[in-house]
Design a protein around this ligand. Structure first.
Ligand SMILES: C[S@@+](CC[C@H](N)C(=O)[O-])C[C@H]1O[C@@H](n2cnc3c(N)ncnc32)[C@H](O)[C@@H]1O
Length: 286
């Protein structure tokens, strides 16, 4: 029987994903990235060059083959197959039914939102939290903060609670099942984070098959993509603290947002790791 190394299996898996014409938008940007994540995860190996020469067991090869077939034939996004995903340098549990973490806000989190935050935030809220990834990764950067996670979907709320426990944040986090602000206690926040559903109707009608595995509730933002964003902005002044900041993602709907709110002083930070449509809105502009 021929023996296969990690490097060989990554290369072969990457070639097969490429040949199948898959879409790579779920926490990876290429077939090589995905193949690496698949093989290292199945083999429980670190992302390190020393791992590349290891020989895989027949059980490991069989598991990789099974997952690769599902990825290619059913176009299931890899994080759903693995049950976990990295976001902003942290590991999160993920499951079908909850949108897969991939927001470019992750880059700003790792930079501690510098230089835009005047002070370390005391109260942080993640509206439309999904798996809880944005709020949790942020709260981990600010050890003295308190975190509120909000989603309308009970499955997302339950998964967020698991991720909160996984990162040991139970004592300073509350997870609320709410339609946006409706059931959020009446208070102000220093940092309002949101990656809401913002895909407009035209883009929803041409989503690649991988995205159809995600819940439409987590993606669809109405005709112009702004149905949920408008409701968040409506409450901004009542919910932000004096020197607070809103950080939101609207992706392709950025131009619709600018048309809808020509007077709001949005700032659009450069994103070195890719992605688009992340805006900042300060309570006190300038
Ligand atoms: C694009 S997903 C983002 C999830 C997560 N923040 C992330 O970045 O991976 C949007 C989330 O908004 C939630 N959602 C949709 N409508 C909502 C509403 N009216 N109130 C609260 N959450 C809502 C969905 O259930 C979904 O989890």
């Amino acid at each position: 029987m021929t023996q296969s190394t990690v490097a060989e299996v990554i290369a072969d898996s990457s070639d097969r994903m490429q040949a199948a014409g898959l879409s790579f938008g779920h926490a990876s940007s290429s077939s090589w990235d995905e193949a690496t994540a698949l093989v290292l995860s199945v083999c429980e190996l670190p992302d390190h060059i020393d791992a590349l020469g290891q020989i895989l067991s027949s059980e490991q090869l069989a598991r990789i083959e099974r997952l690769l077939n599902k990825r290619i034939e059913a176009r299931v996004p890899l994080p759903y197959l693995l049950g976990q995903v990295k976001f902003a340098g942290r590991d999160f549990l993920i499951e079908p039914g909850v949108v897969i973490p991939r927001s470019p806000i992750g880059e700003l989190i790792q930079q501690r939102f510098e230089p835009w935050l005047a002070h370390p935030p005391g109260q942080i809220i993640d509206l439309c939290c999904g798996s809880g990834c944005i709020g949790i990764a942020t709260a981990l950067m600010f050890p003295d903060s308190e975190l509120t996670l909000v989603d309308i979907d009970p499955q997302a709320v339950a998964l967020s609670a698991k991720n909160v426990a996984r990162h040991g944040l139970e004592e300073r986090t509350r997870v609320v099942c709410s339609d946006l602000w409706c059931d959020v206690p009446d208070q102000r926040f220093d940092l309002i984070l949101t990656n809401p559903p913002y895909v407009d109707a035209a883009d929803m009608s041409v989503l690649p098959p991988e995205y159809l595995h995600e819940p439409a509730l987590g993606l669809a933002g109405g005709d112009d993509g702004l149905a949920i964003v408008r409701q968040i902005l409506d409450q901004f002044e009542q919910r932000v603290s004096a020197q607070g900041l809103l950080v939101g993602e609207v992706g392709n709907s950025a131009s619709a947002l600018l048309r809808a709110y020509p007077r709001l002083p949005f700032f659009w930070p450069d994103l070195e790791l890719g992605g688009e449509g992340v805006f900042l809105l300060a309570a006190e502009p300038g």
